[in-house]
Design a binder for this molecule. Structure first.
Ligand code: BES
Ligand code: MN
Ligand code: MN
Length: 453
């Protein structure tokens, strides 16, 4: 198997680069055709690799690519999930090379989607090809690769509900998370949920001269900033009433265990060029990003932002606000709490509108399963070190849906690094990580098939 991978190394890279050239940005409707093309691309590659019943399943949004290889109905089935859509690449001027013209520099592929998630999905396509061409696929496999993960996977939820028989499997395998470091393998055993909201604050009925009216009429940008600032107290606890009601507090033992994972604060600060970190009182950085909920402004705008100075008291202000959620918080419930609170703190001098975007539920994946042991042993074999169970701070909404709708647990065997700059300019993915994934996935398949007997 290793020999097959070595022989085909350059082609495995080139094909991924071709896929990365397609700007499959799901957030922007202008790219609808490209998103579709990116789906077609991976569909064709699954067919070439030897998958059966490969199809592009149309949805109300972007298509879902499905494919399978059933070698024996009696053997277990692994359902591989991933996404071919990517985040918008802006701000473009901060990229050192164009986001959809991939380049390899210092053994890393630079492009939007290189790590999240095309690079990681493609490891599965090539691992599957390798198993097929070397006659070593040890169990059944199904692929479901969607094009709307970065915008909340709402059509995928409908698809899963409507296709329970087709998606029947024993375990879900996803590579869309990261490792602690290349010499410190880890497996995420949980993901945070998400509530994403847009708010609009309206003051006067038109933009005003800030001298003529300033001081007497509410400035919606000032008000919005005050409202946002009031949503955290001096300990950086979120002040929305009942926000923490459903949060699962970890036991002292679990917290100790979680904090045993290596974390170097100095290196963390240095990587981000920050003098200090900032977060909720009473929790470590690992806890703040893994097991605690957050509230963050993702974007805020209004008034004059062009060149030079314009003296204006704006009519409107806007913000996009997200809250990361932890077990057992519910996205719907938190969105409703936010809305009620935001409306209640708005002064009479402005009107507010709260528009919920998408949400996703948090998830935990157990470590006391055959699948976890199969993944842990696979990584131990290929990295030479046992992976550490950790918690991922990001969200993959489908994980909770898989559990709810299909009763299936997920293995989050990701190979990215925090420093890969996913969602940021200059996203990249190490060739080491790409090939480590291609090498490790078949070992997981082998272990899982053997241990399920
Ligand atoms: N792959 C990420 C999620 C992720 C990254 C999990 C790193 C753990 C570690 C995924 O593509 C993503 O970005 N998800 C979105 C959620 C979605 C609802 C927009 C996120 O987390 O912001
Ligand atoms: Mn992703
Ligand atoms: Mn992402």
């Amino acid at each position: 198997m290793q020999k097959y991978i070595e022989t085909n190394r350059q082609r495995f890279i080139n094909e991924l680069l071709d896929w990365l050239r397609i700007p499959s940005i799901s957030a922007d409707a202008h790219y609808k055709n490209d998103v579709h093309r990116a789906g077609e691309f991976v569909k064709d590659k699954l067919i070439e690799a030897g998958a059966d019943n490969v199809e592009l399943c149309e949805t109300a949004g972007n298509p879902i690519v499905y494919g399978e290889k059933i070698i024996d109905a009696k053997l277990p089935t692994i359902l591989v999930y991933g996404h071919y859509d990517v985040q918008p690449p802006d701000p473009l001027d901060l990229w050192n090379s164009p986001p959809f013209e991939p380049v390899i520099k210092d053994e890393k592929i630079y492009a939007r989607g290189a790590c999240d998630d095309k690079g990681q999905v493609y490891m599965h396509v090539k691992a599957f090809e390798t198993m097929m061409k070397t006659n070593s696929l040890p169990c059944n496999v199904k692929f479901m690769i969607e094009g709307e993960e970065e915008i909340g996977s709402s059509n995928l939820g409908i698809f899963v509900k409507a296709n329970k028989e087709k998606l029947k499997a024993d375990v879900i395998l996803i590579s869309d998370t990261g490792l602690i470091a290349n010499d410190t393998p880890s497996i995420d055993c949980g993901l945070r949920g998400l509530s994403y909201i847009e708010v609009e604050v309206t003051g006067p009925n038109r933009d005003l001269h800030s001298g003529v009216y300033g001081g007497a009429v509410a400035n919606p940008i000032n008000i919005l900033c005050e409202m946002i600032a009031s949503m955290k107290d001096e300990n950086l606890h979120i002040t929305i009433p009942h926000f923490y009601d459903d949060v699962v507090e970890l036991s002292v033992e679990d917290r100790t265990e979680l904090n045993r994972a290596p974390f170097n604060l100095e290196a963390y600060k240095k990587d981000l060029a920050i003098e200090d970190i900032r977060g909720e009182k009473g929790y470590t950085t690992v806890e703040r990003t893994g097991i605690r909920p957050t509230l963050d402004v993702n974007g805020i705008w209004g008034g004059y932002i062009g060149e030079g100075a314009k003296t204006v008291l704006p009519s409107k202000a806007f913000a996009k606000i997200s809250m990361r959620l932890v077990p057992n918080q519910s996205s719907e419930k938190i969105t409703a709490l936010f809305q009620k609170h935001f409306e209640s703190i708005a002064p009479k001098s402005v009107k507010v509108v709260v528009r919920p975007h998408h949400g996703g539920e948090p998830a935990v994946t157990p470590t006391d399963t055959i699948a976890y042991r199969a993944a842990s042993n696979a990584m131990e074999e290929t990295f030479g070190k046992k992976p550490i169970p950790t918690r991922g701070g990001g969200s993959i909404p489908i994980v909770a849906m898989f559990e709810k709708e299909l009763g299936l647990k997920t293995i989050l065997m990701g190979f990215g690094l925090d420093s890969d700059a996913i969602h940021s300019p200059n996203e990249h993915y190490g060739l080491f990580n790409y090939f480590k994934g291609i090498e490790t996935i078949p070992v997981f398949f082998r272990n899982y098939a053997a241990m399920s007997k």
